[in-house]
Design a protein around this ligand. Structure first.
Ligand code: FEO
Ligand code: CA
Ligand code: CA
Ligand code: CA
Length: 645
């Protein structure tokens, strides 16, 4: 999520709503670096040893090697075989020599031929938007439907709306039609695509479907559909602020509700958030979209239980166009960034970050092998334990269960049952003593050695060994190995894989012109073990010298080789946009990414207005009477080779 619709003033994720006294990752980190430096200079293998030489530790220790140190030298011997692209301030996509980038399904594309055409003046109605690709593409997964993988379903999130760009005449005054259009622009798109000689194309299919902020939903897991906390007005509908996503081994897509709190508000001056509402950042104004003024569903004074219907991981079956999406409450209620599913001993393990400054990283571990649960007619996402991470200074960590009756989560302490623990996940995590982090975003699992990588995008600096900077405007990537490389384990060892930033502003950063980056967000591995890193530099920092971001330029995609620690810039995006959505065709020869919020208001470039929506960017159409729009981009190698090779 970024500025603009998220907030008229600043990124809401940047503000902490965590008042607990728990250790933050930077407090742990500061202590840990000291200890690690001693271990290493003493010739003893410290915690870094278990992870090998690649992503040596980060800030503070001259004895250490951070990923990126060997990066900037053109073609290496490792996995990265493309020539780095330079940092860019241009309003375009740049890919390495020998690669092509094709724009696919921009916002407003009708999902069926014969559907309502996109209107470049923003005048499409809510009913039309419901039949078109939504706005602000984010997390995505490609589900191949044939053996070659050149036909399949592309499923993607639409995180939020830009109220200036969505409408012809701006969003004020708010009307019910405008709210309905915004709801229709949120959610998920499912579309069939296939590859032809001239590139990938959207195809008509009975699977093509929009799921929006108004689609009927159901609940499963500890918080049952008839739970009193869910008894808001009307039946449950909609998924909103769908940030990143995941996919399950049984072929479903899971979409994550992130900054849902900002969509609510009230004009009732007597209303004050209770402690739990405040813990999730709910207030009377939200991000000032004012939906509550015309749709009482979003009025927190009149319809407070509607809040409890958001903050979940939502499972969607793309193979059943009639299916009702299910909010899987066993995965907790937070501001879910993503949900990365892996398997261990046949059980599913789902890693999920809570993206706000000072929040935590969680994992869900299935109670039994998922195939066994499916055979019993049970959802593997309904049966298991949710844990939250505690990082210690010595490079170890522990997963603390959020289970009713265990530790402090008892009736004596005011906890009612497991549903109560899941509805108040953040408070439960506070109680068990989780470690505060600098905005946990995506998680990726290495395909071979099973190491887990987590982006911490930036933050005020929560202190501790696992967060090396205070403040931390550039972010870093933390990595851990579960005990025995078993994702169901409750103990792990961790290190810092890469410290982002620009050495001109922070000499501890071991990056150069071919790889300086900031605010890592989306990450993912390809099957060869390249780690792909996408950035989401806030538009209040992008390209600004006073924020130390002038050399870094626009948001980008980089690739990293964990074996060598090398990082290399692969793609740069247009102005005002973040790069997100990383997913690959199974042959790793087509890479799909999303360009989210091009042309959003940026301090460096200006603000779009209804009169001039092109003030910051006009990507990808460059129509002099058009407007910027989010889109998927497909990257191919001209020789048809594996991306990055
Ligand atoms: Fe939706 Fe945390 O990015
Ligand atoms: Ca963003
Ligand atoms: Ca994100
Ligand atoms: Ca982000």
């Amino acid at each position: 999520m970024s500025e603009n619709s998220a907030s008229r003033s600043a990124d809401p994720d940047d503000h902490s709503s965590n008042p607990s006294g728990n250790d933050s990752i930077q407090e742990v980190m500061g202590r840990r670096i000291t200890r690690r430096g001693l271990l290493w200079t003493g010739g003893v293998v410290g915690a870094a040893g278990f992870l090998g030489a690649a992503g040596g530790m980060a800030a503070g220790s001259t004895e250490t090697r951070t990923a990126g140190t060997v990066a900037a030298r053109g073609k290496g011997k490792g996995l990265l075989r493309f020539k780095a692209v330079p940092a860019s301030k241009d309003d375009k996509i740049v890919v390495p020599e020998g690669y092509t980038a094709q724009v696919l399904i921009p916002w407003g594309t009708p999902i069926r031929s014969g559907g309502p055409a996109w209107k470049k003046d923003g005048s499409n109605t809510a009913a039309e938007q419901e039949q078109q690709i939504g706005m602000h593409h984010d997390g995505m997964h490609y589900f191949p439907s044939n053996r070659g993988g050149d036909t399949g379903l592309l499923v993607l999130n639409h995180e939020y709306i830009d109220p200036v760009l969505l409408y012809k005449d701006g969003d004020k005054p708010v009307t019910r039609e405008k709210v309905d259009k915004a709801l229709a622009a949120h959610g998920v798109s499912i579309v069939k695509i296939s590859r032809h000689k001239d590139g990938w194309r959207l195809k008509d299919s009975r699977y093509n479907r929009r799921i929006t902020g108004s689609t009927p939903m159901t609940f499963s897991g500890p918080v049952k559909p008839n739970h009193p906390a869910l008894a808001a007005k009307g039946r449950p509908q909609g998924t909103l602020n769908n940030c990143s996503s995941g996919h399950t081994p049984w072929g479903t897509y899971i979409t994550c509700e992130e900054n849902w709190n900002g969509l609510f508000g009230t004009t009732d001056a007597s209303w004050k958030p209770d402690a739990e509402q405040a813990r999730y950042g709910v207030d009377a104004k939200g991000v000032e979209l004012d939906w509550h003024k015309v749709d009482k569903r979003f009025d927190v004074a009149e319809n407070p239980k509607e809040l409890n219907r958001f903050g979940w991981v939502v499972e969607i079956d793309p193979s059943d166009p009639k299916s009702t999406p299910v909010k899987r409450t066993a995965l907790g209620r937070i501001k879910h960034e993503g949900a990365t599913v892996t398997e261990s001993k046949g059980r599913v393990v789902v890693y999920t970050g809570d993206d706000q400054d000072g929040e935590y990283v969680y994992k869900f571990v299935g109670s039994e092998p998922w195939r066994k649960l499916v055979r019993k007619g049970k959802s593997p996402l309904d049966h298991g334990t949710l844990y939250v991470a505690k990082f210690s200074d010595d490079g170890t960590g522990v997963w603390l269960p959020l289970t009713f009756g265990q530790g402090p989560l008892t009736a004596a302490n005011g906890w009612k049952d497991q549903a109560d623990v899941m509805l108040r996940t953040r408070t439960a995590a506070d109680a068990v003593g989780a470690t505060k982090l600098d905005r946990p975003e995506w998680v990726a699992v290495h395909p071979n050695n099973r190491d887990v990588y987590l982006t911490l995008t930036n933050g005020k600096g929560n202190g501790g060994a696992v967060g090396p900077r205070k403040p931390n405007p550039y972010g870093h990537i933390v990595r851990w190995r579960e005990k025995g490389a078993d994702h169901t384990a409750t103990r792990f060892e961790w290190d810092i894989y890469a410290l982002a930033g620009d050495p001109n502003y922070d000499p501890k950063v071991k990056l150069g012109p071919d790889n300086i980056f900031g605010s890592p967000d989306g990450i993912g591995f390809d099957r060869s073990g390249r780690l792909w890193i996408q950035t989401d530099i806030s538009n209040s920092s992008q390209n600004l010298a006073e924020k130390g971001y002038d050399n870094i330029g626009n948001n980008m995609l980089l690739a990293s080789d964990p074996k060598t620690g090398e990082i290399r810039r692969f793609l740069t995006g247009p102005r005002g946009a973040e790069i997100t959505g990383f997913t690959l065709a199974p042959d790793n020869r087509s890479l799909f990414i999303n360009v989210q919020h091009p042309g959003e208001a940026t301090t460096a470039w200006g603000k779009p207005t209804p009169e001039n929506p092109r003030a910051v960017s006009n990507w990808p159409d460059f129509d002099p009477a058009g407007r910027p729009r989010a889109a998927t981009v497909v990257i191919r190698k001209k020789d048809g080779g594996v991306i990055g090779s």
